[in-house]
Design a protein around this ligand. Structure first.
Ligand SMILES: Nc1ncnc2c1ncn2[C@@H]1O[C@H](COP(=O)(O)OP(=O)(O)O)[C@@H](O)[C@H]1O
Ligand SMILES: NC(=O)OP(=O)(O)O
Length: 315
C-alpha cells in the first residue's frame, strides 16, 4: 500500500446526533460508528489518521446533568465537562474503530488522548459567549432559561435556540508531540476532542482549566499545523460547500483557493456559527503552511479522496 501521509479529520459534534429524538448513547454510538467506518476506508487507502471531534451537544448535556443534580452532588466546571466528553466520545470512537479493524482483519489500534489547548486568559471571548452547547430549544424556552437561570442564548444558524458559552481562540495544543509520536508509531489517534480542554498557562508554566468550549475546527487546524499534517479534512453534514447556500441560485464548489474562499467569505456565503468557522479554520491551516483541505460528509470521504467529490481548498 502506498503511504499517502497524515490526515487530521475533524468530525462534527452535531453529526453524532441525527435529530433531537435520537440522542441516546446508543444513537450516538451508531452515528459515530458510521463515521469511523468511512475513516477506516481512509486508512485502507494509505492515510495515517488523527481524528478530532466536536462536543457541543455532549458538553452541554454533561453540564446540564451536573446542574440538575446539584441538590445531591458537586457541580462540574465546564473544563471538566469538556474532559468528560473527550473520554466518552474517545471511548465510543475507539471501540467503533476496533470493531472495524476486527471485521476487516486489520492489525491496528486506536487510542484516545486527553488533550489540552492553551488559550489567552485575556481573550475577549470570555466576555462575549458565542459557542452553542447542549440541546436545541424553542425561542420561548430559551428566553425562559435566560430569565430564570441566567443563560446566554442565541439562535443557532437557523436550527433553533441554544445556550452559548465563551469560546476563546486556541493557541497551542499541549499534547501535540505525543499525538505526532503515536501517529508515527502506527496508532490511529483520537485527539483534540471539543477543540481541546481550554487551559491557560501561568508565569511558572503551570496549566489551569478555564470555563469555555473551544471551536473544534480551530483546535483541529492548530493541531494540523503543529504536526505538519498533509491534509485537513472537516467531516460535516454536507457533501460540498456552496455559494448562495439554500437559495435558488445555489452553486456547489468543487475547489477554491484561499483567495477565492476569502472573497466568498466577504460576500457572506458562509453562515456564521456553522460553515464560516470551518472556512476560517481551513484558511488558518493553509496560511500557516498547510497544503490542502477538504470539506465533505462522512459517507463521501472515500470518493472525495479519489478526487470525485467534496470541496477542496488549496493555497
Ligand atoms: N455555504 C454553505 N455551504 C454548505 N453548507 C453550509 C453553508 N453555510 C452553512 N452551511 C451549513 O453548515 C453546516 C455545517 O455546520 P455545523 O452543523 O455547525 O457543523 P458540525 O458538523 O461541525 O456540527 C452544514 O450542514 C450546512 O447546513
Ligand atoms: N467544540 C465544538 O466545536 O463542538 P461542535 O463541533 O459540536 O460544535
Amino acid at each position: 500500500m502506498v503511504k499517502k501521509g497524515v490526515a487530521v479529520v475533524a468530525v462534527g459534534g452535531n453529526s453524532l446526533i441525527k435529530d433531537e429524538k435520537r440522542k441516546s448513547i446508543k444513537d450516538q454510538f451508531d452515528a459515530g460508528a458510521e463515521s469511523m467506518h468511512h475513516i477506516v476506508d481512509m486508512l485502507e487507502q494509505g492515510w495515517d489518521v488523527v481524528i478530532s471531534h466536536g462536543n457541543g451537544p455532549q458538553v452541554g448535556f454533561i453540564l446540564r446533568r451536573s446542574e440538575l443534580s446539584r441538590h445531591e452532588l458537586h457541580e462540574v466546571p465546564l473544563d471538566y465537562c469538556g474532559a468528560d466528553s473527550q473520554g466518552s466520545i474517545g471511548y465510543m470512537f475507539a471501540q467503533a474503530l476496533n470493531h472495524e479493524f476486527v471485521a476487516r482483519g486489520m492489525n491496528k489500534q486506536a487510542v484516545a488522548v486527553v488533550t489540552q489547548t492553551i488559550v489567552d486568559r485575556n481573550d475577549k471571548a470570555f466576555q462575549n459567549p458565542t459557542k452553542p452547547i447542549g440541546s436545541f430549544m424553542s425561542a420561548e424556552m430559551a428566553h425562559e432559561k435566560a430569565e430564570k437561570e441566567g443563560w446566554v442564548v442565541v439562535e443557532d444558524a437557523g436550527r433553533g435556540w441554544r445556550r452559548v458559552v465563551p469560546s476563546p481562540i486556541p493557541q497551542r495544543i499541549v499534547e501535540a508531540d505525543a499525538i505526532q509520536s503515536l501517529v508515527k508509531s502506527g496508532f490511529v489517534v483520537i485527539a483534540v476532542g471539543g477543540g481541546g480542554i481550554p487551559v491557560v498557562e501561568d508565569e511558572a508554566g503551570k496549566l489551569h482549566g478555564v470555563e469555555a468550549v473551544i471551536d473544534k475546527d480551530f483546535g483541529s487546524a492548530i493541531l494540523s499545523n503543529m504536526i505538519n499534517a498533509d491534509l485537513f479534512v472537516i467531516s460535516t453534514a454536507v457533501e460540498k460547500v456552496a455559494i448562495n447556500f439554500n437559495k435558488p441560485d445555489q452553486k456547489w464548489i468543487d475547489r477554491m483557493t484561499v483567495a477565492e474562499a476569502k472573497q466568498y467569505m466577504e460576500e457572506g456565503h458562509f453562515a456564521k456559527g456553522s460553515m464560516l468557522p470551518k472556512i476560517q479554520a481551513i484558511l488558518r491551516f493553509l496560511e500557516n503552511g498547510g497544503k490542502q483541505a477538504l470539506i465533505t460528509n462522512p459517507e463521501n470521504i472515500g470518493r472525495a479522496l479519489r478526487g470525485e467529490t467534496g470541496t477542496w481548498i488549496v493555497p
